[in-house]
Design a protein around this ligand. Structure first.
Ligand code: ADP
Ligand code: MG
Length: 252
């Protein structure tokens, strides 16, 4: 069974069809990237999955159950986290407190047996927070107010916050936007590392093709709201429709 599945998903904004009959699925432990030119409908698709937007028609299923009637918070409780471009950081609190809150939120929100069992004491919350900060390379900055972190570290703290909830599916919309090349590399390394050490299922929107080809098992290509191709990095690289619509054409 697919972990996430969209079926004939449509989203219209007035006369604009931002999502045009999109059907795809993501399986557990699969790393999928969503690419396409500006305005292709990538962010709309992410916002439909997180329930920030209501679909015009079609269905989204997570672990076999429709989520289109759920609130955004309920979707998070089911195990879908979104990192980046979301105000998930409490700026005046320390990095460690941010991680603690994220760990507690997971316990509180998920009602999943493992969390209740694991996070039933402060020590265990601290454990998850410490592990998370170690994973994202921010352990030595744990006592700093989050707002004092450099930009790239802040973005990595956001990934950490999303990861602390141990999501079944992590959604990322342009995680490296605005980062320096060094910060971008650190972020990609982090994604690779978490992928290797914990296993991770994600849907990534990213315009940097090098990153996409490096981290993805499968790529879904959108153009004008429609899926025009899906395949492995090699298949997508060689796909003519993709080259016409995207790779050879518009450069974001
Ligand atoms: P991408 O993330 O691939 O650049 P978007 O999903 O942001 O694309 O946008 C897809 C299309 O939907 C664009 O034509 C955009 O102008 C339109 N759109 C997105 N969000 C809204 C909105 N809230 N209201 C009206 N039109 C929107
Ligand atoms: Mg976008």
């Amino acid at each position: 069974m697919a972990l996430l599945e969209t079926e004939n998903l449509v989203k219209q904004f007035g006369g604009v069809t931002a999502t045009d009959d999109v059907s795809f699925s993501i399986h557990e432990d699969e790393r999928v990237s969503l690419i396409g030119p500006n305005g292709a409908g990538k962010s709309t698709l992410i916002n439909l999955i997180t329930r920030r937007l209501d679909p015009t028609s079609g269905d989204i299923r997570f672990q076999g159950e429709s989520i289109v009637k759920l609130t955004p918070h309920e979707v998070v409780q089911r195990g879908v986290s979104k990192s980046f471009q979301s105000a998930s950081i409490f700026p005046t609190l320390s990095v460690m407190d941010n991680a603690r809150i994220a760990a507690l939120g997971a316990e509180h929100g998920s009602f999943r047996f493992n969390f209740l069992k694991r996070l039933d004491s402060h020590a265990e919350v601290d454990d998850v927070a410490r592990q998370t900060l170690t994973d994202v390379g921010l352990w030595s900055q744990r006592d700093q107010p989050a707002e004092d972190l450099p930009y790239g570290d802040k973005r990595r703290l956001e990934i950490g916050i999303a990861l602390a909830a141990e999501p079944d599916l992590l959604l990322m919309d342009e995680p490296t936007a605005g980062m320096s090349p060094e910060e971008t590399k650190a972020t990609v390394d982090l994604i690779e590392e978490v992928k290797r050490e914990r296993g991770l299922t994600f849907l990534l929107v990213e315009h940097d093709m090098e990153i996409v080809f490096e981290v993805s098992d499968r790529i879904i290509v959108l153009n004008r709201g429609e899926v025009i191709a899906t395949g492995t990095p090699d298949e997508v690289r060689e796909n003519e429709a993709v080259q016409d619509a995207y790779l050879g054409g518009v450069d974001e």
